[in-house]
Design a protein around this ligand. Sequence first.
Ligand SMILES: CC(C)(COP(=O)(O)OP(=O)(O)OC[C@H]1O[C@@H](n2cnc3c(N)ncnc32)[C@H](O)[C@@H]1OP(=O)(O)O)[C@@H](O)C(=O)NCCC(=O)NCCS
Length: 177
Amino acid sequence: MDKKNSRSHGSINLKFRLATETDLGNIQSLTNWAIVHTTANLDIQPNTSEQIQAWWNHHGPEHPVWIMEADGKFAGWASLSPFSPKIGYRRMVENSIYVAPNFHGNGFGSNCLDWLIQEAERLGYQQIIAKITAENEVSVRLHLRKGFVETGRLLEAAEKFDKILDVVILQKKLGEA
Ligand SMILES: CC(C)(COP(=O)(O)OP(=O)(O)OC[C@H]1O[C@@H](n2cnc3c(N)ncnc32)[C@H](O)[C@@H]1OP(=O)(O)O)[C@@H](O)C(=O)NCCC(=O)NCCS
């Protein structure tokens, strides 16, 4: 077993592997769960297969998508996406993490963020950024604990489920312990 991409959580073995197109169904289902049930994703309507495919087409070796597997079962996905299509922003990458609800609270999100930071460094990025709905306190705390700092707050930037929402900008300089 490759120790680098695999960790133990009690009796559960968590493994990270690069996603392939055959994972898009699971990615779509989990993303749509978050769209329908949470404000973590600010889409309102579930994403169609065509939308997921378009998102996938913007990823690749420099902006990978990973699958988390818990004892071989799909447990979530994570990605490093371009912060902006403008080439001047190429030193910065944006992270996303979606843990399947039946696996929440097992430390997977925490391990996944460690993984993304390590991979972003390996890929040569200098800054990693997350835009998180302020009410997603679990995710904000998770990022702060990993050394992200709040560098901005978009006040009343979004609206979902009849709520007006702030969005927190959190970033971390890479290559620092
Ligand atoms: C946010 C998310 C990634 C966290 O993943 P997770 O695997 O459940 O998180 P972990 O088990 O690693 O827990 C991280 C921390 O949050 C705490 N936590 C987890 N779930 C919690 C909950 N429901 N309520 C309060 N605290 C919680 C844990 O105790 C842990 O804190 P600690 O290290 O101080 O003990 C996950 O809930 C998720 O995928 N949510 C939907 C999508 C999303 O919000 N993505 C992030 C936005 S970019």
